[in-house]
Design a protein. Structure first.
Length: 652
């Protein structure tokens, strides 16, 4: 009986790894099968069968360390549970329930710049209290390690889920695009042309949708926040447990939240690939079998090549450096330089080809390189001097990159002193290659994108560099916590208050903001936007186009799907301005920044060949009053949705 219980305990301890295994292989097989076939029910059955088969084939290689000393210690903890010692957990989940209740009360379908416009201040007070209770739980020896990790994941889940709860309709721009694409794939089995990117996430969500019955909307909204909440604390804990320091191995994951976590509050293929890249690095450094990191790297590649290529490059460099004693010196040197060159040039080449392989797209511009360096030393603005709390928040926000550099530098020094070179040589290797890739990629201009999005792809390489530095940051944070714990009680209390403040600051700045220091500017899609889209679609007598901002355009995607394209001389064009760098969006900008003229609208109709056209103006637009008054004089007719969204109809 005891033997059966221990086996069940081992299985429960490995549940996150089992989940990660199945997710990874669904992503890998799903991407391959979708690219060469489709994503219908037959494909889903094949994906599941292949995943289960792979589990039984690889189980003995991937899960053979489930009986290591750490897991045995966890099993002993589980067998000696004292339920009376779990009262702090009850208090934590009581506060947790209240916080979620408050968030659901504050849900909104308005056009919001920031979720903090509707969230009450009591949310932050309760968040600090729950964080304090969590720290108390971490110091309770009678609470099992598994329970502590579960509560850490719950805290991450709470931190990542504010946008998903507050924005009733949805948050951001890209998630609407991906949702509409996946709904079309679910309906037809595929969309053409099939790209090499995003296939992994699309496959995962559609397989989960078909098997569970959950809507693509819900899965697309909660996938990344949920998976990040499960795996990020576990990843940090694995890294911290290498030094086997308790309780700092639990405190490090908690205070890692102070780094901010914007990529994990919304589901996109890029954000999911960031999560998998973190897991590639962590499993590569902490698992005996290199097969784990390879599987995760392939899954990352299937989700997004921009992240997957460095993941594979790091896996190769990590294994090459670990086998330096088994390879001839000249061969090792040749392979090392070859891999470094390939790692530095593959991404810029991929971006260049993806941008159309146009030599005119290569423009040497030092400002793209210098600007991120200038931002390292951004001073605190003078706005809102009377508000000490906001000044505290933005003192850390504006100097965020500088804090990271200091933390990473201190961690590197510690690593050298401890002579743990084999564990970080490969990380230094890939980061230097990515830095060169960033410099080259920053000179590639994507003519199809609007000006302020030109450097988006190159800037993502900086995020990849930060991810490859996370083991250093985690170790540095853990050692700093150990240093604090060795101090007097008063010093520990001061640092505790400071640490709680940093976690709360991170929560605040990880989401869009609208305060005296900062204006995120982008509004969310509102119920009024959806109503405007429906009204136009009901009123139109035939094919039509509508000029609107990007949030109204994604409302059209959400309501009407992708089946509304017109063939033009420049290629297929969606009947709302998507993408933002397209010709229709340029006409929209002319209508709202210059004047809402009939001539501009006639040019838009001539491009698409339709007879009906509409201009949609949201009242929150900074010069909306001027545009609305002029459009009333020039349009054939107009109407309004709750005096928030104005619709103007233009006919020849």
């Amino acid at each position: 009986m005891l033997e059966i219980r221990e086996k069940l305990n081992k299985i429960s301890l490995n549940l996150p790894e089992y989940l990660l295994f199945f997710l990874s292989f669904v992503i890998i097989y799903g991407a391959i099968i979708y690219y060469f076939y489709a994503l219908n029910w037959l494909a889903v059955i094949i994906i599941i069968l292949l995943t289960i088969s792979s589990f039984f084939v690889l189980r003995k290689y991937l899960f053979k360390d489930s009986g290591d000393s750490e897991n045995k210690a966890n099993i002993r903890e589980k067998n000696n549970i004292n339920f009376l010692s779990y009262w702090p957990c009850l208090i934590y989940f009581f506060l947790y329930t209240i916080i979620f209740y408050l968030l659901f009360l504050d849900r909104s379908d308005r056009a919001l710049i920031s979720p903090w416009q509707v969230v009450s201040s009591s949310f932050f007070i309760l968040y600090v209290l729950s964080s304090l209770i969590l720290i108390f739980i971490i110091f309770k020896n009678k609470i099992s390690s598994t329970s502590k990790l579960i509560i850490l994941s719950a805290h991450y889940f709470l931190s990542f889920l504010v946008a998903a709860i507050i924005y009733k309709i949805g948050y951001g721009f890209d998630p609407f695009i991906h949702q509409a694409t996946m709904e079309l794939i679910d309906k037809k089995g595929l969309v053409t042309p099939k790209p090499f990117y995003y296939l992994g996430e699309y496959s995962l969500i559609i397989v989960l949708h078909k098997l569970s019955g959950l809507s693509i909307y819900l899965l697309n909204k909660f996938l990344v926040p949920t998976l990040a909440a499960i795996f990020l604390p576990l990843a940090s804990y694995r890294l911290a447990s290498q030094n086997n320091s308790n309780p700092s191995r639990f405190l490090a994951p908690l205070f890692l939240l102070a780094l901010t976590f914007s990529p994990f509050i919304v589901t996109t293929p890029q954000n999911l690939s960031y999560l998998f890249l973190i897991l590639v690095v962590v499993f590569g450094l902490t698992k005996a079998s290199p097969l784990w990191a390879l599987i995760l790297a392939l899954a990352t590649l299937a989700i997004h090549p921009l992240t997957g290529i460095p993941a594979l490059a790091w896996w190769l460099s990590f294994n090459l450096i670990n086998k330096v004693d088994k390879i001839k010196k000249n061969t090792y040197r040749f392979l090392k330089y070859l891999l470094f060159t390939a790692s530095a040039l593959t991404l810029p080449l991929a971006l260049f080809v993806g941008g159309g392989s146009n030599l005119k797209a290569l423009q040497w511009n030092l400002s793209f390189i210098i600007e991120p360096l200038k931002n390292l030393f951004s001073p605190l603005t003078s706005a809102g001097r009377e508000n000490w709390l906001l000044n505290f928040v933005y003192f850390f926000y504006y100097n965020y990159a500088l804090w990271l550099i200091l933390i990473i530098s201190a961690s590197l020094i510690w690593f050298y002193q401890k002579k743990q070179k084999p564990k970080f040589k490969s990380l230094i290797f890939i980061n230097f290659a990515l830095l060169i890739a960033f410099i080259i990629s920053s000179q590639i201009v994507f003519t199809d994108l609007i000006n302020y999005e030109q450097t988006n792809f190159a800037d993502r390489l900086l995020i990849l560099i930060l991810i490859f530095c996370l083991p250093f940051i985690n170790a540095g944070l853990q050692n700093f916590i150990d240093l604090i714990l060795s101090q007097d009680k008063l010093i520990r209390i001061i640092w505790l208050v400071f640490g709680l403040a940093l976690i709360t600051v991170s929560l605040y700045v990880s989401y869009p903001r609208f305060d005296k220091h900062f204006n995120s500017r982008g509004y969310s899609t509102s119920q009024n936007d959806l109503t405007a889209v429906r009204l136009i679609n009901q009123e139109a007598k035939g094919p039509y186009l509508a000029l609107a901002n990007q949030q109204v355009s994604v409302a059209a995607l959400k309501e009407l799907g992708f089946d509304h394209y017109y063939n033009t001389a420049t290629g297929p064009i969606f009947f709302y301005p998507i993408p933002t760098g397209g010709q229709l969006y340029k006409y929209y900008l002319d209508m709202v920044y210059k004047n809402p003229s009939r001539k501009t609208m006639a040019q838009a109709r001539a491009l698409t060949g339709v007879k009906e056209s509409y201009l949609i103006v949201n009242k929150y637009w900074f010069e909306s009053a001027k545009v609305i008054n002029e459009a009333k004089l020039r349009a054939n007719s107009w109407q309004t949705v709750n005096n928030e969204v104005y619709i103007f109809k233009y006919l020849p």
